[in-house]
Each structure stands twice: as C-alpha cells, then as structure tokens.
Design a protein around this ligand. Sequence first.
Ligand code: GLV
Length: 321
Amino acid sequence: MKKPAILVARAVFPEVLTQLEQHFEVAANQGDTLWTPAELIERLQGKQGAFTTGSERIDAALLAACPELKICANMAVGYNNFDLAAMTDAGVKASNTPDVLTETTADFGFALLMATARRMAESEHFLRAGRWKSWRYDLFAGAEVHGSTLGILGMGRIGQGIAKRGAHGFGMKVIYHNRSRLDAATEVLCGASYVSKADLLKQADHLMLVLPYSPEAQHAIGATELAQMKPTATLVNIARGGIVDDAALAQALKNRVIAAAGLDVFEGEPALHPDLLTVPNVVLTPHIASATLPTRRAMAQLAADNLVGFLLHGKALTPLN
Ligand code: GLV
C-alpha cells in the first residue's frame, strides 16, 4: 500500500525524520528554509499531513489551496499560527504538544524572572565592556525575589508550574488572574490566590505572562496597564508576542514606569521593536523557553506521533479540534 505523503516544514531531529520515513513519503526541509506562504502551499501539494512549527501560518487560503491536507501537527503548545475554525470547517485535524514542555518552560520563566529582577544581562554587558572598576554598595542593585509578590496572568499548566516554584521554592506570595478560577485544591497545591486583573497589576512585584494568545489578549499589557504597576516591578513575557504592546513597554522602561522586563517573545518576531534594543533594563531572549534538547525531542516526538496516530490509525494523541 502506498504510504501517505507528508511535509516536514522545518528542520527537525534526524532520528524523528527517520521514524517518520518508516510510515510516510516524507518531504523534509533540513536546510530549514523559511518559505513564503505561496512556497508552503506549493510544497504541500499532494500531502496529507504537515509537521509544522509556530512559524507556519495555516489559514483558510492555504487550506483551500491544499485540498488533500488532513492534519497539521504543530511542534508547539501554542497554536496561534493555526486558524482553528478554518481548519475545523475544512475538516483538517490540528494538534499541538502540551504537557511535555510544561516544567522546562516554567523553569525558563523563573530563570528570566531572576535574570530580570537581578539585572544579570545589564551587569554582564557592563563587565564585558570593561567598565567594572570597583565594588560599590549599590552596583546593579536589583529587586528582591524571595518573599516578594509574584503575579501570574494566565494560570494554565505552565502558570501553575511557575506558581509552585515561586510559592514553595522562593517563599513568594503568589497571586494570579485567569479567565476561569482554579478549583480550591489546585490553588492550595500552587500556593496561589485569585485576584482581579487590576489587583494583579497593582500588587505584583514581578508579573509573569503565561496566557495563550488570542485576539482578545492582543495588548493585554499596554501603556494603561503598565501605569498601574509598581515603579519597582518587573514584567516577564514568555507567552506570545502581541500580548504586550512592545512600543509602550519600551517607552515605560525608558521612563522607569516599571523597573525592568524580561522578554522571550515579541510582536512580529524575529523582528524586535527597535526601542527595545536601546533600553538597558530589559533581558531579551529569542523564543527559547522550551529549548532544552530533551524537551524539544519530546515535542518533536509528540508531533510525529500525532501524524502517525491520525494518518495511520485515525486518532491524534493531542488534538485541538
Ligand atoms: C512555544 O512557544 C510553544 O508554544 O510551544
């Protein structure tokens, strides 16, 4: 029997590709070329499955041009590159990679919080530039982390992982805001209390964004919200670009409306708002929150398993529709 044809849209672990080749006719992109939407459509012709990452936009126009497509398996937990309603309408299955990246991403969120609060990037640049001449009582004095108030916006699996680290590891008071409140037992497990968004902004010493992107979340943190935060506060975004108004944030950092920010995701990434590169009080990382090799392997494996599960056995492991 003829094997189903799939496209692996970006470079992937060679061993995952070898596995996929056992089940499918695979068109790969190990050169990791970034295709235009038109090139992606061209490469998808005759393919029943696609292994995608957050970089490939799957929308109604693409679906209409690729009538044989049956499933897109995203190697990411976020799926704002998918027009899920259009995929459902077109009868195309969508899947993501939840759970396997939760703890690694929570680790990174905490690392970025620590680096931001304790001014690690700024002080390292100072040192590398040969500007360190002597110890000084207030040299790169940052914000306290232990015992401070950690605010979490978005309390899914990753938010809960960060809450546990803060409450149980660093003795922080943890407050959160989410579309829906957690049940009491989960709140106790996370050491977290539910507050309104206004109280979260007002009370947090460190505000961590972990909510999924949706059109309603666009600029959930803009000039108005930043003005409600403490001038000593730090903001960390490991969620998605667009949730923060990066232009407003750069302005707020420059004017010390808040003390510092740590950003792993950006509006229009990999492009950055140019003002973010000129303010010293921001730690910038290139969308690497889930990037450890074991976790990235687990994500790739789950995306591959979704393709095998759906195209060969009619059932994706972690479907979105
Ligand atoms: C990364 O941003 C992901 O959604 O997995």
